[in-house]
Design a protein around this ligand. Structure first.
Ligand code: GLU
Length: 315
């Protein structure tokens, strides 16, 4: 690929955006920021906004969380187009993509355990996990069985233009190495599912949190090998708490209360660099959304990977 910019780098005219939460718990302010940013960016272009529940990882899926997320979004008057897509119902599509990659010669079986990988890894990768040392790339070691299937990392650097963060480059081979698409527990990896589903839903503009910035080169590479159109990308700063930790279930971020309504959405929009007039902040939800859609500009979003939540959230 020779470091060429492979993603369009600007929002397509007929934009199809999406929000794709993992139902590991209820929505917190950090995920609300991604919902608001993706929604406004799609709606401001007159485009569609789709919802996908990324419940592919059975161990991480919390019972009732998907319904709670949908209720919260509906309670804040988000309007999504069409049916919600559930990854747990898409296994045939992931299987088909995996067999296409196998036929291409893009993936190979791997026998390595985590411990073996850690023992031979050349470095710690961008995900904080050991970079795969390539042990099984030219065949399974004698007498060993496949545990997982891995995608060959691209030979060249992947580069793309992020609409918020600017030009991004990654050498996937040294940043993560050949990466898993079918896990040792038999489940499909997020990297595969997200690419297959974005294409199936016709998503051409992805707006999401900057925690996924390091995954994007892998997803661009996968889309290319599957002959899918590469979407435009925009990665929003992540909200972090006063201790500098990303708001997440792990840092016990508080679930948001949809009954707060516009002041809560206004806080998310202000976090994304938009000053919200006092009357809009207190307005009924339809008026808030009308103002926000008319005034959204992605150029105001700070080009940072994370930002501390300066203001106090509405109680
Ligand atoms: N399901 C992922 C999450 O909740 C988001 C995936 C994406 O937006 O690509 O972090």
């Amino acid at each position: 690929m020779n470091g060429s910019v492979e993603s369009p780098g600007r929002r397509p005219a007929a934009c199809r955006g999406r929000f794709a939460p993992s139902p590991t718990g209820r929505l917190h302010f950090g995920s609300l920021v991604a919902a608001v940013g993706s929604y406004l960016d799609a709606r401001a272009s007159g485009g569609n906004w789709l919802l996908r529940i990324e419940d592919i990882d059975r161990q991480r899926t919390a019972p009732g969380a998907a319904d709670a997320i949908l209720r919260t979004l509906a309670g804040l008057a988000f309007e999504w187009d069409g049916e919600v897509l559930y990854q747990s119902r898409r296994l045939d599509a992931y299987r088909a993509a995996l067999s296409q990659l196998r036929d291409n010669g893009d993936i190979y079986p791997c026998a390595c355990s985590r411990r073996e990988i850690a023992a031979h890894a050349p470095a710690v990768g961008v995900d904080g996990a050991p970079v795969y040392p390539g042990t099984c790339r030219s065949g399974l070691p004698h007498g060993r069985d496949a545990r997982s299937w891995r995608m060959l990392a691209p030979a060249d650097e992947v580069a793309f233009e992020d609409r918020v963060q600017g030009t991004q480059r990654q050498d996937v081979a040294t940043a993560v190495g050949d990466f898993v698409l079918l896990r040792a527990d038999g489940q499909f990896a997020y990297q595969l599912a997200v690419v297959v589903d974005d294409a199936a839903q016709g998503v051409n503009s992805i707006v999401r949190g900057a925690d996924l910035l390091d995954s994007t080169p892998r997803q661009i590479w996968l889309a290319q090998r599957l002959r899918l159109t590469v979407p435009a990308y925009a990665h929003l700063p992540l909200a972090s708490n006063a201790a500098g930790e990303k708001l997440s279930k792990q840092t016990r971020a508080r679930a948001i209360d949809a009954s707060i309504g516009s002041p809560l959405l206004a806080a998310a929009l202000e976090f994304l660099g938009h000053a919200v007039p006092a009357d809009v902040r207190q307005a009924p939800l339809p008026e808030f959304w009308c103002w926000a859609i008319a005034n959204w500009s992605i150029t105001r979003v700070p080009a940072r990977r994370s930002a501390t939540l300066g203001q106090r959230l509405p109680p």
